[in-house]
Design a protein around this ligand. Structure first.
Ligand SMILES: [Zn+2]
Length: 350
């Protein structure tokens, strides 16, 4: 069967799986085409770049190639070129694609701007993760047999900030006892390739095995409601307005200054009810306190001691000039900071 014929057959079938969601009877290239169109087909991904990498016995080739995501619906020739490329690489190499497309050709998480899916990697070795995935609700939108386990994807109608996606991926991984692989730069094996791990007697096929029947988008609220793991992933803390490690205020741990400045208690889970959104009356705390910073996962405000103090004082969280110095004097008083000439200079340079 040629690819074109396979695609036509797939389109005719609408690639709608039977009631049980098993799609294994469809040709491998058709399942790959369907996977690509579903995983990357959200309009928010259009124009972004899918990282394609390969791995040999020598090592990784991250960013080996990039595929630019077209506007939906995808032109047939674009789909065919992508399918041919991945199948070709997969014949001889371990092949991977970036789960989240990057705004420019890149391997870096910082180039990811939106997350149109959540995902999990359930290793067969762990023994527990795959049975847990079978019982997990909401069911994933797609499941790929990776040769050594299952990759589950939940497709989102409303794209998320990649950092929130990372947090939700961590909750899913916690619920499934699966690997922590939810970082924005993550690459995973696409269907219709092979897992060439040397521990296997022969390469194992990687294939799309399940498509959730009758559900186009995953219910994100149900995933948001999952409990956090004991150690949620830390967000990047924006640079302090004074880029100076000599500032003693910056040495105060966030679990000390957040409750003091927010005027709210921190729970044992290191969360605080955020004072900065919803009139400060949220019921479920979403401001997370890390060792060296804080972030509210609902309103997206984040930072260090100065940002928090400024926000608590009605500022925009970016204190500058005279206001910064005034804030620093008050914080010095509050936390009994005694400045050496060197650390005083940290503020004076502003
Ligand atoms: Zn907030």
């Amino acid at each position: 069967m040629t690819l074109a014929a396979a695609m036509a057959a797939g389109r005719e079938a609408g690639l709608l799986p039977e009631a049980n969601g098993d799609v294994r009877h469809h040709p491998r290239p058709v399942r790959l085409a369907f996977f690509l169109a579903r995983l990357y087909g959200h309009p928010a991904n259009a124009g972004h770049h899918i990282e394609v990498c390969r791995k040999t016995t020598v090592g990784w080739e991250r960013g080996w190639q990039h595929l630019q995501v077209p506007e939906p619906p995808w032109p047939q020739d674009v789909v065919e070129a992508a399918v041919d490329l991945l199948i070709g690489v997969g014949e001889t190499h371990d092949c991977y694609v970036g789960v989240l497309p990057r705004a420019q050709p890149s391997s870096l998480g910082r180039d990811v701007q939106v997350a149109c899916c959540l995902w999990a990697d359930c290793d067969l070795k762990s023994g527990e993760a795959v049975p847990r995935l079978r019982a997990f609700r909401p069911r994933p939108s797609m499941v790929v047999d990776s040769g050594g386990g299952r990759h589950a994807y939940w497709l989102l109608e409303q794209p998320l900030d990649p950092h929130e996606a990372q947090l939700l991926n961590a909750r899913i991984a916690h619920a499934l006892s699966s690997d922590r692989v939810g970082d924005p730069q993550r690459v995973l094996r696409p269907p219709a390739t092979f897992n060439h791990k040397p521990c296997y007697p022969r390469p194992r096929p990687v294939d799309l095995v399940y498509v959730n029947p009758g559900q186009a988008w995953a219910p994100v609220e149900a995933l948001r409601a999952l409990p956090d793991p004991p150690d949620p992933p830390r967000p990047p803390v924006p640079p302090s307005p004074i880029g100076d490690r000599d500032d003693p205020l910056k040495a105060i741990p966030a679990p000390v200054y957040v409750p003091a400045l927010a005027g709210r208690e921190m729970g044992r889970d290191r969360k605080v009810r955020c004072p900065f959104h919803g009139g400060g009356r949220e019921r479920t705390p979403s401001l997370h306190v890390y060792d060296d910073g804080w972030k509210c996962w609902s309103c997206d405000r984040a930072g260090g001691i100065y940002q928090l103090a400024d926000l608590a004082d009605g500022g925009d969280g970016q204190p500058r000039g005279e206001r910064f110095l005034e804030l620093q004097r008050r914080l010095d008083d509050l936390f009994s900071v005694r400045r050496t000439p060197k650390s005083a200079a940290a503020g004076a340079r502003r």
